[in-house]
Write a protein that binds this ligand. Structure first.
Ligand code: SF4
Ligand code: SF4
Ligand code: SF4
Length: 295
């Protein structure tokens, strides 16, 4: 397995006599998360698993708003601990992830914690909390904060469809016509969407029904159905409350870089808006097709 430069530098700091063992453990964990390249995020994730909290100061840690906190603005939010970090600084976003990676969920495509950490870091880099506090003139209310969720598969246990910015992993599949279908019907029995038809050794996938869970590729003994690269479905503008709305599809098969870019676009929409309307309203005003063009 390949390592990127920053991950390799972190490994070099491990005492030489245990480097081989540590490398193997990190690679095993990275592989379990569906990775083919080890990054510093994988090193830190392994550190958390084996040693508790991250300790290396060279890896970016979550930072907090540096500006003096205007207590008046926060008096309503202060009733809820979830809007503050351990040091009592405001954090005007929440990022949830499903527990698939922790419990070895059989449906897991990609560990949602890894992406949720990156989304959190992105908002930190953008100084989202600080800028939002500066933008809002009166009381900051819970609905002003940005809600995000990441799920490790289309089952969407962290409910990304009702968040401002929701993501779930997908594993698109395709029929490999060079591989023989032996009509074992395992794929048909596995697919909950009734998206597969087998007739005379010919395999058909219904793209309208398929949710890209990747399960059929996992059970096919001949490789007639194969999995493609793992991706993310990105949805924006979901909400509950008086007028609940499901999030709209922004990207259906995005890589990590496009997903992070999409978050930057959405954060900018919130921070540059002259009003304090719900994000869903901003999405409807701009139009989802116009927002897609920015990514
Ligand atoms: S979203 Fe998928 S991977 Fe995550 S816990 Fe639910 S079923 Fe498992
Ligand atoms: S990827 Fe999932 S939903 Fe799509 S055909 Fe395979 S099992 Fe069915
Ligand atoms: S699991 Fe594979 S071999 Fe079996 S019926 Fe489906 S496509 Fe054919």
């Amino acid at each position: 397995m390949e390592w990127d430069k920053s991950a390799s530098m972190l490994l070099e700091k491990v005492p030489p006599f245990v480097q081989k063992t540590v490398r193997e453990k990190i690679e095993t964990l990275a592989r379990e998360r569906g990775k083919t390249l080890v990054t510093e995020v994988d090193v830190m994730a392994a550190r958390e698993v084996f040693m508790g909290k991250p300790q290396n100061p060279t890896v970016p840690q979550r930072t907090v708003a540096k500006k003096p906190v205007n207590n008046e603005k926060l008096s309503i939010l202060k009733k809820y601990t979830k809007y503050f970090d351990k040091e009592g600084n405001p954090v005007l976003y929440q990022v949830k992830h499903c527990r698939g990676g922790e419990v070895n969920c059989p449906f897991l495509i990609t560990d949602s914690k890894i992406l949720s950490d990156k989304l959190r870091n992105k908002l930190e880099e953008l100084h989202f909390t600080e800028k939002l506090m500066n933008k809002i003139e009166g009381q900051i209310l819970p609905h002003h904060t940005m809600k995000l969720a990441v799920s490790g598969c289309p089952n969407s246990c962290s409910m990304p469809q009702i968040k401002d910015f929701g993501v779930h992993a997908v594993e698109p599949v395709y029929v490999d016509h060079d591989s023989e279908c032996i009509e074992c019907m395992k794929c048909v029995e596995t697919c909950r969407e009734d998206a597969i038809t087998i007739k005379d050794g010919h395999v058909s996938l219904d793209k309208e029904k398929c949710v890209h869970c990747g399960l059929c590729a996992g059970v096919c003994p001949t490789g007639s159905i194969k999995a493609s690269e793992k991706k993310y479905r990105v949805m924006i503008g979901g909400k509950v409350g008086r007028h609940p709305r499901f999030a709209l599809d922004l990207l259906t098969q995005a890589d990590e870089s496009a997903t992070l870019k999409a978050l930057g676009v959405c954060a900018d929409m919130i921070l540059s808006s002259k009003t304090e309307r719900r994000f869903r309203t901003l999405v409807e005003q701009q139009g989802i097709e116009e927002i897609k063009k920015k990514i």
